[in-house]
Design a protein around this ligand. Sequence first.
Ligand SMILES: NC(=O)c1ccc[n+]([C@@H]2O[C@H](COP(=O)([O-])OP(=O)(O)OC[C@H]3O[C@@H](n4cnc5c(N)ncnc54)[C@H](OP(=O)(O)O)[C@@H]3O)[C@@H](O)[C@H]2O)c1
Length: 273
Amino acid sequence: MRPQDARILLTGATGGIGQAGARLLARAGAKLMLAGRSPARLAAQARELQALHGDCASWREADLTDAAALSGLAQAAAGWGCNVLAHAGGAPAFGLAAAQEPQALQRVLATNLLAPMQLTTMLLPHLQAQPAAQVLFLGSALGAIGLPGFSTYCAGKFGLRGYAQALRRELADTPVRVQFLGPRSTRTPFNDAAVEAYNRATGTAMDEPGAVAQALLQLLQDEAPERFLGFPERLAVRLNGAVPTWLDGAFARHRKAAADTAARPTDSLLPRG
Ligand SMILES: NC(=O)c1ccc[n+]([C@@H]2O[C@H](COP(=O)([O-])OP(=O)(O)OC[C@H]3O[C@@H](n4cnc5c(N)ncnc54)[C@H](OP(=O)(O)O)[C@@H]3O)[C@@H](O)[C@H]2O)c1
Protein backbone atom coordinates (compact mmCIF):
# COMPACT_ATOMS: atom_id res chain seq x y z
CA MET A 1 0.00 0.00 0.00
CA ARG A 2 1.01 3.62 -0.23
CA PRO A 3 2.90 4.77 2.88
CA GLN A 4 0.43 7.67 3.27
CA ASP A 5 -2.36 5.09 3.74
CA ALA A 6 -0.43 2.97 6.26
CA ARG A 7 -1.11 2.94 10.00
CA ILE A 8 1.69 0.73 11.22
CA LEU A 9 2.11 -1.03 14.54
CA LEU A 10 5.90 -1.47 14.66
CA THR A 11 7.35 -3.81 17.29
CA GLY A 12 11.05 -3.53 18.00
CA ALA A 13 10.71 0.18 17.23
CA THR A 14 13.61 1.08 19.55
CA GLY A 15 16.00 -1.35 17.85
CA GLY A 16 18.63 -0.52 15.26
CA ILE A 17 16.44 -1.63 12.36
CA GLY A 18 13.22 -0.44 14.04
CA GLN A 19 14.55 3.10 14.50
CA ALA A 20 15.82 3.36 10.94
CA GLY A 21 12.55 1.89 9.65
CA ALA A 22 10.41 4.27 11.71
CA ARG A 23 12.35 7.28 10.42
CA LEU A 24 12.01 6.23 6.79
CA LEU A 25 8.35 5.20 7.04
CA ALA A 26 7.37 8.43 8.83
CA ARG A 27 9.23 10.48 6.22
CA ALA A 28 7.28 8.64 3.50
CA GLY A 29 3.98 9.63 5.15
CA ALA A 30 3.07 6.58 7.27
CA LYS A 31 1.51 6.85 10.73
CA LEU A 32 3.25 4.76 13.38
CA MET A 33 2.49 3.17 16.71
CA LEU A 34 5.93 2.41 18.17
CA ALA A 35 6.20 -0.58 20.51
CA GLY A 36 9.07 -1.60 22.76
CA ARG A 37 9.96 -2.03 26.41
CA SER A 38 11.45 1.35 27.27
CA PRO A 39 8.87 4.16 27.72
CA ALA A 40 11.61 6.81 27.90
CA ARG A 41 13.16 5.76 24.60
CA LEU A 42 9.80 5.32 22.87
CA ALA A 43 8.59 8.74 24.01
CA ALA A 44 11.81 10.41 22.85
CA GLN A 45 11.60 8.64 19.51
CA ALA A 46 7.95 9.64 18.99
CA ARG A 47 8.80 13.27 19.88
CA GLU A 48 11.67 13.29 17.40
CA LEU A 49 9.46 11.92 14.59
CA GLN A 50 6.68 14.38 15.38
CA ALA A 51 9.09 17.30 15.33
CA LEU A 52 10.11 16.27 11.82
CA HIS A 53 6.86 14.98 10.31
CA GLY A 54 3.92 16.30 12.37
CA ASP A 55 1.44 14.08 14.15
CA CYS A 56 2.78 10.78 12.85
CA ALA A 57 3.81 8.72 15.89
CA SER A 58 2.36 7.36 19.10
CA TRP A 59 3.91 4.68 21.29
CA ARG A 60 3.01 1.81 23.58
CA GLU A 61 5.12 -0.09 26.08
CA ALA A 62 4.84 -3.88 25.75
CA ASP A 63 7.09 -6.80 26.60
CA LEU A 64 6.56 -9.27 23.78
CA THR A 65 6.95 -12.22 26.14
CA ASP A 66 4.07 -11.04 28.36
CA ALA A 67 0.70 -12.32 27.08
CA ALA A 68 -1.31 -9.62 28.89
CA ALA A 69 0.92 -6.88 27.46
CA LEU A 70 0.52 -8.34 23.96
CA SER A 71 -3.24 -8.38 24.32
CA GLY A 72 -3.21 -4.73 25.49
CA LEU A 73 -1.01 -3.82 22.54
CA ALA A 74 -3.32 -5.56 20.05
CA GLN A 75 -6.38 -3.80 21.50
CA ALA A 76 -4.69 -0.41 21.41
CA ALA A 77 -3.56 -0.96 17.82
CA ALA A 78 -7.03 -2.03 16.69
CA GLY A 79 -8.62 0.99 18.41
CA TRP A 80 -6.08 3.23 16.65
CA GLY A 81 -7.04 1.83 13.24
CA CYS A 82 -3.87 -0.16 12.50
CA ASN A 83 -3.76 -1.64 8.99
CA VAL A 84 -0.11 -2.81 8.96
CA LEU A 85 1.49 -5.02 11.57
CA ALA A 86 5.27 -4.92 11.26
CA HIS A 87 7.14 -7.36 13.49
CA ALA A 88 10.66 -5.98 14.04
CA GLY A 89 11.15 -7.03 17.67
CA GLY A 90 13.60 -9.83 18.25
CA ALA A 91 16.26 -11.28 20.51
CA PRO A 92 19.70 -12.53 19.42
CA ALA A 93 21.09 -15.99 20.14
CA PHE A 94 24.62 -16.95 19.19
CA GLY A 95 26.69 -19.82 20.56
CA LEU A 96 27.22 -23.53 20.34
CA ALA A 97 24.05 -25.59 20.77
CA ALA A 98 25.51 -27.57 23.67
CA ALA A 99 26.10 -24.35 25.63
CA GLN A 100 22.57 -22.94 25.36
CA GLU A 101 20.73 -22.47 28.67
CA PRO A 102 17.18 -23.91 28.67
CA GLN A 103 15.76 -20.54 29.84
CA ALA A 104 17.57 -18.75 27.02
CA LEU A 105 16.05 -21.15 24.47
CA GLN A 106 12.63 -20.40 25.88
CA ARG A 107 13.13 -16.62 25.93
CA VAL A 108 14.46 -16.46 22.38
CA LEU A 109 11.71 -18.61 20.92
CA ALA A 110 9.05 -16.74 22.93
CA THR A 111 10.33 -13.41 21.57
CA ASN A 112 11.18 -14.36 17.99
CA LEU A 113 8.48 -16.89 17.16
CA LEU A 114 5.66 -17.16 19.66
CA ALA A 115 5.15 -13.42 20.22
CA PRO A 116 4.76 -12.52 16.51
CA MET A 117 2.37 -15.47 16.10
CA GLN A 118 0.32 -14.43 19.14
CA LEU A 119 0.17 -10.76 18.21
CA THR A 120 -0.80 -11.64 14.63
CA THR A 121 -3.55 -13.96 15.88
CA MET A 122 -4.90 -11.25 18.18
CA LEU A 123 -4.96 -8.56 15.48
CA LEU A 124 -6.14 -10.70 12.54
CA PRO A 125 -9.89 -10.19 13.02
CA HIS A 126 -9.30 -6.43 12.97
CA LEU A 127 -6.93 -6.60 9.98
CA GLN A 128 -9.32 -8.80 8.00
CA ALA A 129 -12.03 -6.16 8.46
CA GLN A 130 -9.87 -3.48 6.78
CA PRO A 131 -10.16 -2.72 3.06
CA ALA A 132 -6.43 -3.57 2.78
CA ALA A 133 -3.93 -4.74 5.37
CA GLN A 134 -0.41 -6.13 5.61
CA VAL A 135 1.50 -8.28 8.09
CA LEU A 136 5.23 -7.83 7.68
CA PHE A 137 7.58 -10.27 9.40
CA LEU A 138 11.18 -9.22 9.90
CA GLY A 139 12.81 -12.60 9.51
CA SER A 140 16.37 -13.25 8.51
CA ALA A 141 18.51 -15.04 5.94
CA LEU A 142 18.85 -17.45 8.87
CA GLY A 143 15.17 -18.23 8.43
CA ALA A 144 16.23 -20.13 5.31
CA ILE A 145 19.85 -21.17 5.94
CA GLY A 146 20.93 -23.14 9.01
CA LEU A 147 24.30 -21.81 10.24
CA PRO A 148 26.67 -23.33 12.83
CA GLY A 149 26.50 -21.19 15.98
CA PHE A 150 22.94 -20.04 15.32
CA SER A 151 20.82 -23.16 15.97
CA THR A 152 18.42 -21.45 18.41
CA TYR A 153 18.10 -18.31 16.31
CA CYS A 154 17.55 -20.36 13.13
CA ALA A 155 14.86 -22.43 14.88
CA GLY A 156 12.88 -19.26 15.58
CA LYS A 157 13.37 -17.65 12.18
CA PHE A 158 12.71 -20.86 10.20
CA GLY A 159 9.54 -21.24 12.28
CA LEU A 160 8.56 -17.66 11.55
CA ARG A 161 9.04 -18.15 7.83
CA GLY A 162 6.92 -21.31 7.88
CA TYR A 163 4.22 -19.46 9.80
CA ALA A 164 4.33 -16.53 7.35
CA GLN A 165 4.18 -18.84 4.32
CA ALA A 166 1.20 -20.82 5.64
CA LEU A 167 -0.59 -17.64 6.70
CA ARG A 168 0.02 -16.01 3.32
CA ARG A 169 -1.62 -18.96 1.58
CA GLU A 170 -4.44 -19.15 4.12
CA LEU A 171 -5.28 -15.46 3.69
CA ALA A 172 -4.77 -15.27 -0.07
CA ASP A 173 -8.41 -14.42 -0.79
CA THR A 174 -8.71 -11.89 2.05
CA PRO A 175 -7.56 -8.24 2.13
CA VAL A 176 -4.51 -9.21 4.26
CA ARG A 177 -1.12 -9.56 2.51
CA VAL A 178 1.51 -11.51 4.48
CA GLN A 179 5.18 -10.72 3.84
CA PHE A 180 8.57 -11.96 5.02
CA LEU A 181 11.78 -9.96 4.85
CA GLY A 182 15.08 -11.80 5.25
CA PRO A 183 17.98 -9.40 5.90
CA ARG A 184 21.51 -10.70 6.27
CA SER A 185 23.71 -9.69 9.19
CA THR A 186 23.11 -6.00 9.99
CA ARG A 187 25.18 -3.54 12.00
CA THR A 188 23.02 -2.96 15.12
CA PRO A 189 23.39 -3.67 18.84
CA PHE A 190 21.77 -7.05 18.06
CA ASN A 191 25.22 -8.38 17.11
CA ASP A 192 27.78 -8.45 19.90
CA ALA A 193 31.56 -8.74 19.65
CA ALA A 194 31.33 -12.53 19.28
CA VAL A 195 29.07 -12.30 16.22
CA GLU A 196 31.22 -9.58 14.70
CA ALA A 197 34.29 -11.80 15.20
CA TYR A 198 32.41 -14.71 13.60
CA ASN A 199 31.44 -12.49 10.67
CA ARG A 200 35.05 -11.37 10.17
CA ALA A 201 36.31 -14.95 10.35
CA THR A 202 33.74 -16.21 7.83
CA GLY A 203 33.83 -13.20 5.49
CA THR A 204 30.17 -12.48 6.22
CA ALA A 205 29.17 -8.98 5.07
CA MET A 206 27.11 -6.72 7.31
CA ASP A 207 24.53 -4.24 6.03
CA GLU A 208 23.67 -0.91 7.62
CA PRO A 209 20.20 -0.72 9.24
CA GLY A 210 19.21 1.96 6.72
CA ALA A 211 19.41 -0.63 3.93
CA VAL A 212 16.99 -2.91 5.78
CA ALA A 213 14.69 0.05 6.48
CA GLN A 214 14.68 0.84 2.77
CA ALA A 215 13.73 -2.76 2.01
CA LEU A 216 10.90 -2.57 4.56
CA LEU A 217 9.52 0.55 2.89
CA GLN A 218 9.77 -1.10 -0.50
CA LEU A 219 7.99 -4.22 0.76
CA LEU A 220 5.19 -2.09 2.16
CA GLN A 221 4.75 -0.48 -1.24
CA ASP A 222 5.20 -3.40 -3.64
CA GLU A 223 3.54 -6.03 -1.40
CA ALA A 224 6.04 -8.74 -2.46
CA PRO A 225 5.46 -11.95 -0.50
CA GLU A 226 9.09 -12.56 0.41
CA ARG A 227 12.45 -10.91 -0.12
CA PHE A 228 16.01 -11.74 0.98
CA LEU A 229 18.76 -9.13 1.05
CA GLY A 230 22.37 -9.29 -0.11
CA PHE A 231 24.54 -11.47 -2.30
CA PRO A 232 25.63 -14.29 -1.91
CA GLU A 233 22.93 -14.76 0.77
CA ARG A 234 20.07 -14.62 -1.79
CA LEU A 235 21.75 -17.36 -3.86
CA ALA A 236 22.46 -19.46 -0.77
CA VAL A 237 18.80 -19.21 0.25
CA ARG A 238 17.76 -20.57 -3.15
CA LEU A 239 20.30 -23.39 -3.18
CA ASN A 240 19.57 -24.33 0.41
CA GLY A 241 15.85 -24.34 -0.34
CA ALA A 242 16.32 -26.62 -3.36
CA VAL A 243 18.86 -29.16 -2.06
CA PRO A 244 19.94 -28.38 1.51
CA THR A 245 22.26 -31.37 1.86
CA TRP A 246 24.40 -30.10 -1.05
CA LEU A 247 25.48 -27.23 1.16
CA ASP A 248 26.28 -29.31 4.22
CA GLY A 249 29.98 -29.39 3.32
CA ALA A 250 30.22 -25.62 2.83
CA PHE A 251 30.31 -24.54 6.46
CA ALA A 252 33.67 -25.72 7.84
CA ARG A 253 34.81 -22.10 8.33
CA HIS A 254 31.59 -21.22 10.14
CA ARG A 255 31.87 -24.32 12.33
CA LYS A 256 35.42 -23.37 13.31
CA ALA A 257 34.49 -19.71 13.88
CA ALA A 258 31.56 -20.68 16.10
CA ALA A 259 33.79 -22.94 18.21
CA ASP A 260 36.64 -20.36 18.36
CA THR A 261 34.47 -17.41 19.40
CA ALA A 262 32.63 -19.49 21.98
CA ALA A 263 35.95 -20.40 23.60
CA ARG A 264 37.35 -16.83 23.83
CA PRO A 265 36.75 -14.02 26.36
CA THR A 266 34.78 -11.04 24.99
CA ASP A 267 37.60 -8.46 25.05
CA SER A 268 39.78 -10.71 22.91
CA LEU A 269 37.08 -10.68 20.21
CA LEU A 270 37.22 -6.94 19.50
CA PRO A 271 38.94 -5.95 16.25
CA ARG A 272 42.60 -4.94 16.60
CA GLY A 273 43.69 -1.37 15.81
N1 LIG B 1 20.81 -7.12 13.25
C1 LIG B 1 20.87 -8.19 12.46
O1 LIG B 1 21.97 -8.71 12.12
C2 LIG B 1 19.60 -8.79 11.92
C3 LIG B 1 19.67 -9.51 10.71
C4 LIG B 1 18.52 -10.10 10.23
C5 LIG B 1 17.34 -9.97 10.91
N2 LIG B 1 17.30 -9.25 12.08
C6 LIG B 1 16.01 -9.16 12.79
O2 LIG B 1 15.57 -7.82 12.78
C7 LIG B 1 14.84 -7.54 13.98
C8 LIG B 1 15.41 -6.28 14.63
O3 LIG B 1 16.77 -6.47 14.88
P1 LIG B 1 17.73 -5.25 15.29
O4 LIG B 1 19.03 -5.49 14.63
O5 LIG B 1 17.04 -3.97 15.12
O6 LIG B 1 17.90 -5.59 16.85
P2 LIG B 1 18.12 -4.63 18.12
O7 LIG B 1 18.78 -3.37 17.72
O8 LIG B 1 18.74 -5.48 19.15
O9 LIG B 1 16.61 -4.31 18.54
C9 LIG B 1 15.77 -5.32 19.01
C10 LIG B 1 14.39 -4.73 19.23
O10 LIG B 1 13.54 -5.77 19.72
C11 LIG B 1 12.96 -5.35 20.94
N3 LIG B 1 12.76 -6.45 21.87
C12 LIG B 1 13.62 -7.45 22.19
N4 LIG B 1 13.07 -8.25 23.11
C13 LIG B 1 11.84 -7.73 23.39
C14 LIG B 1 10.78 -8.10 24.24
N5 LIG B 1 10.86 -9.17 25.05
N6 LIG B 1 9.67 -7.34 24.26
C15 LIG B 1 9.57 -6.23 23.47
N7 LIG B 1 10.52 -5.85 22.63
C16 LIG B 1 11.64 -6.58 22.59
C17 LIG B 1 13.96 -4.35 21.53
O11 LIG B 1 13.26 -3.55 22.44
P3 LIG B 1 13.99 -2.90 23.73
O12 LIG B 1 14.53 -1.59 23.26
O13 LIG B 1 12.88 -2.76 24.70
O14 LIG B 1 15.06 -3.86 24.16
C18 LIG B 1 14.39 -3.62 20.28
O15 LIG B 1 13.43 -2.65 19.93
C19 LIG B 1 14.94 -8.81 14.84
O16 LIG B 1 13.79 -9.58 14.65
C20 LIG B 1 16.13 -9.55 14.25
O17 LIG B 1 15.98 -10.94 14.42
C21 LIG B 1 18.41 -8.64 12.59
